[in-house]
Design a protein around this ligand. Structure first.
Ligand code: NAD
Ligand code: TDX
Length: 339
């Protein structure tokens, strides 16, 4: 099996590639993986295991059609993780989201069609459904994205479905809930809060802290993606939920406990614009049709994650420092005209 994995140096993509290289899923012991990753601020080669025989890494952009076309022939499947993935960044600048998430997905689909690639799994998100106060979304729920990030992912999902219907490309879409685990860039709530607390800083809770997210361990998510690749039906969409809903306030309490800090470290800050109130997936389809169930209990997964950040400062300190410097230099007045 030859897999073409986009975004394989990011958080979820690297967990997926490392699981393949470790032969963690049946039939992947001899699989070869090509990773195409632009290495944006979120991509990190330290995330990836090293295997010169089974892993080829290419630094490049999924929007670069010539590059993708030069790499793709001979692969059995595309597993598409690459994206701009942070909602707050999409609020301050949406262009990269439209480019990578929409145009990049279209380029990949077109190249996969031309190269005769047999399978295409598109990794999407629950955020395409919008926000839901009660009950949970099934796959047939109308798309109603709110942030520019979610809108760009919804657009990419529609393109994937269109390439299946129009060209018969064997695509599937996965829509998962919020992932957590090791090697997540410290801008998302869990790694941001853990690393702030370890550094003696406050943690910024948006709004009233009562927004609810459904948490899924990254290893469970990657197993679901592979299950959809190998056993999912072309043209189908699969929700992948972790089943554990928590308000951000409840999550903050658990993280404070995890590092032994008290509530006075919480700083209430202005709410995110257009902040979705609650995400909740109905994952019956993937459970019944593909036999998927999350395996990592949230308490254990969160404790492991806290421990990993405590023990691996070498990984997050430099990337966090660089992100803080970049943000500071973007503050008006910091950059001289013409500089
Ligand atoms: P991430 O931001 O950690 O990683 C994204 C990766 O894509 C990085 O390695 C980056 O360098 C690469 N990339 C970005 N633009 C690129 C381009 N133009 N060409 C090639 N590579 C590019 O993201 P993640 O959290 O690992 O998310 C992976 C996928 O899962 C995304 O599609 C995201 O929408 C989806 N998703 C994530 C979550 C979550 O909780 N993190 C939840 C649901 C869905
Ligand atoms: O500093 C913060 N304070 C805070 O209260 C941050 C960064 C977030 N929050 C809140 C906003 C959300 O209600 O925490 C919640 C989670 O925020 P994020 O970690 O930014 O994730 P979210 O916006 O829910 O989106 C995530 O899940 C769906 C991923 O970033 C997406 O890539 C994925 O598609």
């Amino acid at each position: 099996m030859r897999l073409f994995v986009t975004g394989g140096a990011g958080f979820i993509g690297s967990h997926y590639v490392n699981a393949i290289l470790a032969g963690r899923y049946p039939g992947t012991e001899d699989a070869h993986v090509t990773v195409l990753d632009k290495l944006t601020y979120a991509g990190n080669l330290d995330n990836l295991g090293f295997d010169p025989f089974r892993l080829t890494f290419v630094r490049g952009d999924i929007c670069d059609e010539d590059l993708v076309m030069s790499l793709l022939p001979g692969h059995d499947a595309v597993v598409h993780f690459a994206a701009e993935s942070h909602v707050d960044r999409s609020i301050t600048g949406a262009a990269a989201f439209a480019r990578t998430n929409v145009l990049g997905t279209q380029v990949l689909l077109d190249c996969a069609r031309r190269a005769g690639v047999g399978r295409f799994v598109h990794v999407s998100t629950d955020e395409v459904y919008g926000s839901i106060d009660h009950t949970s979304w099934t796959e047939s729920w109308p798309l109603s994205p709110n942030s520019p990030y979610a809108a760009s992912k919804a657009a990419s999902d529609l393109l994937v479905q269109a390439y299946h219907r129009t060209h018969g490309l064997a695509t599937s879409v996965t829509r998962c809930s919020n992932n957590y685990g090791t090697h997540q860039f410290p801008e998302k709530i869990i790694p941001l809060f853990i690393t702030n607390l370890l550094d003696g800083q406050d943690i910024p809770l948006y709004g009233d802290g009562m927004n609810v997210r459904e948490w899924l361990h990254v290893s469970d998510h990657c197993r679901a993606v592979h299950l959809v690749l190998t056993h999912g039906a072309p043209g189908e969409i699969y929700n992948v939920g972790g089943g554990r809903e928590l308000s951000n306030r409840e999550l903050a309490e658990r993280l404070l406990d995890g590092v032994g800090a008290s509530w006075d470290r919480v700083r209430w800050v202005a709410d995110r614009k257009g902040h979705d109130r609650r995400y909740s997936l109905d994952s019956t389809k993937i459970e019944k049709e593909l036999g998927f169930a999350p395996e990592v209990p949230f308490e254990r997964g969160l404790a492991d994650t806290v421990r990993w950040y405590r023990d691996n400062r070498w990984w997050w300190e430099p990337v966090k420092k660089r992100a803080e410097l970049e943000a500071a230099w973007q503050t008006p007045g910091r950059v001289r005209a013409g500089a």
